[in-house]
Design a protein around this ligand. Structure first.
Ligand code: ADP
Ligand code: MG
Length: 354
């Protein structure tokens, strides 16, 4: 497309939007095990402390791979892809999908988060040839996504209405389908957390770039530190979240996957009501202690609250005892602090780019 600037197209996006910051001084005790491997369309980094950390890290990567195999709509061999080949027939889905569905319902984010946006996301071809969808196609794909029914465990999940429009037929470009890209990283990180804990690791941090979870307390008693990038200058850290114990942090931003055309930014966080990129924010980070916020919840919420916009996201965070850092579309930062009892603090380091 003419006049379009593509940023970070391609499946592997290795630039993190929440950076785990190194400790200022080396702690005592054995050196941690540190690994980084491609998974979930990004690089997943694990640092683990403790005697059997090496084996534990391997089991954590296996747990992440299991979630990916179940949920990745862009891997033709995944369970979700198999389902998507005929979305009009009710089918049993792996427990990962049901867990994500359960979390979306429990979090009460209404229509801001949709598990069924595959047909809509495809229209933008973010990964290959960025395209502004034709309004008619977009309306059709949005209606099909809204027609998805998520039944009880016994009946599986399926698209309710087989629209007579042949463009929505199974296998057609606009066909509806599950896209769990807004939640899978968080779930995978929770599974990695559980694997590390089960293997006896006392302290660890797992980061998929936009979502980060920590386990236990760092052996040197330093706080965990997670940096938030400036959405218009991602090399600059604008705020640092620090906390002494297990915490979860997730960022959604309009700068992670996008193209520009006619002075507008078309990015990958879509409003399910319209199929268009959600407007009003450049980035939104949600954070809290694991006792109140899992990695899965954090991942879903960063996407959903981004779609809901600042006026709804801030009261939601306040009501639910969550920390929030957002940068609006004029570059102004706003903060909802985490509850004092969590011990989690957000320090603003720099003003975001206006
Ligand atoms: P990242 O993938 O960078 O961690 P997000 O967690 O915000 O970012 O997820 C964005 C992805 O989620 C998109 O690429 C798309 O696959 C999917 N998505 C986009 N908008 C929504 C939405 N409103 N609800 C659910 N999933 C969405
Ligand atoms: Mg998300």
């Amino acid at each position: 497309m003419k006049g379009v600037v593509v940023h970070r197209a391609g499946r592997v996006i290795t630039v993190a939007c929440a950076l785990v910051l190194a400790a200022s001084a080396a702690g005592c005790g054995p050196a941690p095990v540190e690994r980084s491997r491609p998974a979930l369309g990004t690089a997943v980094a694990i640092t683990a402390y403790g005697e059997d950390a090496e084996t534990a890290v391997e089991s954590a990567y296996l747990a992440i791979a299991e979630v990916e195999t179940a949920t990745d709509a862009y891997d033709p061999n995944s369970a979700v892809s198999t389902f998507n080949t005929d979305p009009y027939t009710a089918a049993y889905l792996p427990p990962e999908v049901l867990e994500i569905r359960g979390a979306v319902e429990r979090l009460g984010v209404g229509e801001a988060f949709s598990m069924a946006l595959l047909g809509v996301v495809r229209l933008y071809s973010f990964e290959s040839s960025p395209t502004i969808p034709a309004p008619g196609d977009l309306a059709l794909a949005v209606a099909a996504a809204r027609g998805f029914t998520l039944q009880g465990d016994g009946q599986g999940v399926f698209a309710r209405v087989k629209d007579p429009d042949p463009r929505l037929a199974a296998g057609a470009a606009l066909a509806p389908g599950l896209d769990l890209g807004g939640a899978a990283k968080g779930l995978a990180l929770d599974r990695a957390y559980a694997a590390l804990a089960a293997a006896g690791v006392d302290a660890a941090v797992v980061s998929a770039g936009s979502t980060t979870v920590t386990l236990g307390s760092k052996p040197d008693d330093e706080a965990w530190r997670v940096g938030i990038e400036d959405p218009r200058d991602p090399a600059t850290i604008v705020a640092v979240i620090s906390g002494p114990e297990a915490l979860c942090v997730s960022t959604s931003g309009d700068y992670q996957k996008f193209f520009e055309s006619g002075g507008l930014r078309y990015h990958h966080i879509l409003d399910p009501a319209t199929g268009s990129p959600a407007r009003g924010l450049r980035s939104l980070t949600v954070f809290g202690p694991r006792s109140t916020l899992s990695g899965l919840d954090a991942d879903i919420l960063s996407t959903a609250l981004f779609v809901m916009g600042p006026d709804a996201a801030i009261p939601y965070a306040e009501e639910h005892g969550l920390g929030l850092y957002l940068v609006d579309d004029e570059g102004r930062a706003r903060v909802v602090p985490a509850p004092e009892t969590s011990g989690i603090v957000l320090d603003e380091e720099a003003e975001p780019t206006p």
